[in-house]
Structure formats: structure tokens, C-alpha cells
Ligand binder design. Sequence first.
Ligand code: ADP
Length: 615
Amino acid sequence: MERNTLKKNQKRRWLFGSLRILLALGIAFFICQIQLDYIESLLFDMRVRSRPAPDTSGLISIINIDTKTQEALKRLPEAADHTLLFKQLAKANPLRVLYTQDFSEIIGSYEELEQLARATAQMPFTVVEDRKLPEVGLEEEFKLLPPLQDISVVSGPKTADTQLFARDGVTRRLVLSLEDQPLLHKQIATSINGITHDHDFRGWFNLKRTNQVYINFRPAGTYETYSFIDVVEGRVAAENFANKIVIIGRDTRSESKDYVLTPYSRDLTGMSRSEMHANMLDTLILNNGPVKTPEWLNIIITSLIAVLTVFVVLTLRPARGLLILGLAMLLFSLLSWTLFAMFGVWIDVSHPFLAIFICYYFFIPYRLIIENRRSWEYYQRNNLLTQVEELKSNFLRMMSHDLKTPLARIQGMTEVALREQGQLTPTQLDALRTIGTSSEELSGFVSSILDVGRIESKEIKLHLKSKDINALLNDVTEKLRYLAQQKNIQIVTEFEPMFSVKIDEDLIRQVFTNLIENAIKYSPENSSILVTTEEIDGKLNVQVADQGMGIAQEDLNNLFSKFYRSKNVRDGAIRGSGLGLYLSRYFVNLHKGSIAVESELNKGSTFTVELPMNL
Ligand code: ADP
């Protein structure tokens, strides 16, 4: 029967457990469908900014048309100035020269432009077209007008998440190729590191007809940058450009199209386009683009975190649950940061975080309902128990009361009969004595129960009188000496002389009678009991020590509870109600005193009562 319910309970628990896990998985799956690119990109940018900046290849130098150039020329550079620049560069033998501004905007006469075309032909020169993709059939659009028609213009687009992903206008990606046709950055990287296949570039991914890579950004100002005018006027040593990729751009802080927003800065002039191209090139040359973890892994992580949250919310105490969830979030953030900073791995954190919040708020009310129902059940059970307890007490009180009169009559009649001793046979005499002690025992039990009733209805009031405790104890021991003699137990007293104290004599007499009676009851024959009194720290200290059976450690805590009897006496021959110590403690406490016990099994017990000297 019990086994069956146990099995049923186990089955139910399993069922509920699996249901919760399923629900958590459902929530996780649903959360993974939500587009959180904006938040995820923000968290990605934070990771980019907070890690140590990656090294550069050292292969790139930048020349910018800057405010210094503008001030020196009192205008923007024209064809003749550019020709001078390329002449200087030709001397330095650069690996590659990239021009990132619109080449057709350069002003100059036809001859000047011819000279410019000739100057660029002295080196591997390319104009970067970073606004358009090289669509089939539109090749002509890339061509410059004569006399610049022979200059190569190659597409190396700047991306910004305006329509896609985070939609925050930040540049985070570069395009490797369009339908397997390599674009500028990949072409240059391939010529340096020999990587030809898109899927050999770290972190590559496919988007529509393109293959792309996330840019491994460094903060603005990382690359060596020279002023256009300084190079033109020969103030920059040629070796700064020897065997380098030289990127020419503009940084006059006047045109927002010359700049891009990056994970480092959303300032309008956060990073010049020339520096953006440097970052793009280095990402591919060093092949260290960030790797975004695949979608299936994100779903698994989100699911695990959702299940953990549900488990924590439903089983742990709220404060501990919050602490664990907080720690889990912290650890996960730390993990994602470390993965990015050390290995360039971009793990999705926004979905797992959302899973924690949603699961938490979804399951908290559920937990509240369960807890509410449980506390309602406790409340009902508690109510029932109180009622039963009350009924029991009332019944005992009524019964005891009704027992008192017939008991007194039995005791009286026994005494009358005993007075006629001469006319009784020894067997009758024995029987009468047994009736006498038994009815005395019963009467003691009835009194105890009545006392408990009085305690519970708070009827007991103290009637204080000055009393010499030593005299009271002498009185008690005298009365019990007959009982002790029957087991040949010796009661030894060691009393310190003492002033009288104010006590309720009846109650305190009951306390000591009980303690000494117990000592006799629970001691073997031929042992002795020591009763001592002394004054310690202004308190009256009475000890009753025996050499009896002692009390087991597990019983000590409950010894003073109502009806409690130690395990080793419960079924034995020594009778008792288990009320004596309960009443004793109550009476001592009424006197603002305390009662304690020390005991060792089979060695003996010592009960100590402490009473204040002046109540
Ligand atoms: P009882 O009527 O059973 O003696 P008490 O309340 O006086 O009830 O004592 C409670 C229990 O404490 C006893 O049943 C007994 O197991 C244990 N006990 C009390 N005094 C002693 C003692 N001196 N030695 C060993 N056990 C004791």
C-alpha cells in the first residue's frame, strides 16, 4: 500500500519534472526565434572595446588629406598636388597604393590629369570603390573618364548595419567575394598570405550572394598616419612606405561620408574610412576575423540556461535562487568575454540572458501558487492538531477531576481497614498495602494531570513566602527516606548555610520531590544520591545527583516535554507519567529560575535547579 503511493508519488514527480523541462525548452526555442541583433551587437561592441587591442600586420601606412594639408594649401589638393604625392611615393617603392576617395573628384586640367595618370602608373595603384558591388554588366560604371581610364578601380565595399543585423549604422563586416568573385581586400590578402578559398578565412559566413567576415577592429589611431602635405613636401622618409600597403584617404573632419561608425565609437568622425580599410585588410592578412558561434550551439546554451533557471526558481529558496542566477549570469558573461578576448570567438549572450529573465518571471507566479497551497494545507493541519490537543486536555481534566473523589474514598477506606491490623491475615494485610500504594500513585498521576490543565489555562499563581530551602529539602528527603530504604539507597545531603528565599512552597516542594523521587526510581539498589545546596553568583543552586541508569543523549533535548519518557524506560517496569519534569520546569520558570540536566548512560544523572535569591 505504502509502496504503491511511494511509486505513484515518484511517477508524479517525474512527470512534473519532465513537464517543466519541456516548458523551459519550449521557452528557449521561442526566445531563439526573436531577433536580438541590436542588443547582441551592443554586447559584441562592449567585448571589442574591453579586450586588449589586437596587433597589426605592420604592413600598412596611411596618408590622409587632413586639416593641416588644407591649411597649408588653403584648399583641398588638386591633380598637380596628387601628382607630386605619387612621385614621392614612387621613390619609396610601396607594395600597393590604395586610394579611398572618389578619384574623379580630383580637379585639374586635362594635361594635369594626364600627368597624374602617368604618375600612378609608376606603382601598383588601385582606386577603391567602396560604395558599390561589382555587379555583372556594370563594370563600365567603375571606369574613370579619360585621361584616367587605365587606372584600376576595384570594389571593396564598406558595410554598415543599416538594413540588416543591428540596424545601428555601425560597420562590422567586410565582403570577401560576390558570387565567388574576390573583392579588393581578399585579393590583396591572397597576394600576401596565399589564402584563396573563402572558407579558409576565419569566421567566414554566407550572406545572400556574398561571403563575408567580421572585421577584427582596432581602436582609431592605431595605424601610422601621415599628413598629405608632409609627404608631398618630402618631410616623411621614404622607408615609411617601402614594401607597405599605403592607403590614401581624407580626414578633414568636415564630411561625414569620410568616416564610419565602429564598435569603438559611434561618434560621427569616430574612424576615417582609410583606417577602416586598414582594419579590413589586416583582418584578412592576419586571418583573425571573429568567429560567430553557430545557431545550434546558441540554441543549446539558451536551453541549458532556461532549464537551470526553472530548476533554480522552483526548488531553491528565493534569496539563494537569485544569488545563483546572478552568479550564473556573471560566469556566463565572463566566459563569453574570455572566449572573445582570447580566441576571438563571439558567443551569443543576449538570448541566454533573455531566457533567464523570461523563465524567472514566468515561473515565479507558479512557485507562489504551489507555496500558497502548501501553506494553506499546513494551516489546516495545524488547526486540526490544536483542536485535538484541546479536546485531549479537556477530556483528561474532566476525567481526572471525577477520579479524585472515589480515589480519596479508596485511600480513606484502606487506612480504616489497616487500622484493624490484628484481625487481618498477612495476605490480606499485603493486599491492603498494595491498594494503598497503588491509589497513592494514581492520585499522584491525577494531580499531575490537573496541574497540566491549570498550567494550560494559566490558572497557576505564585503564593510567595520566605522559606529556608535547606529546611524544605530536609523535609522532602525525610519523607522520601522510606522509599529509598526499600532499595537500600542512601540519600546524602551537603547544605551550605543560606538565607531564606521567597518561593511558592508547594510548587518548589513538588519540584524537589519529583527530582529526588526520580533519582530513587531510576537508580539501582545500594547506590547513593547526593543533594547539595550552595550560593553561586547571587543565585541559589540545588543539585540532585544519582548513580542511576542515566539518560541517552537523544532523549536529553525532550526530557522536559509533556508526557516525555526516555526510550529505555518506556516499556520497562518503572512506572511514570512523563509529566514530572515538565511540571518542574514550568514551576521553576515561574520563579524566574532554570533547571538543567547532565547525564551519562549507566553512570548517573545530575539535575541542577537555579533560583534567584530575591524574586
Ligand atoms: P516520569 O514520571 O516518567 O518519571 P518525569 O517527567 O519525572 O516523568 O521524567 C521524564 C523522564 O526522564 C523519565 O521517564 C525518565 O526516562 C527520565 N528521567 C528523569 N529523571 C531521571 C533520572 N534521575 N535518571 C534517569 N532518567 C531520568
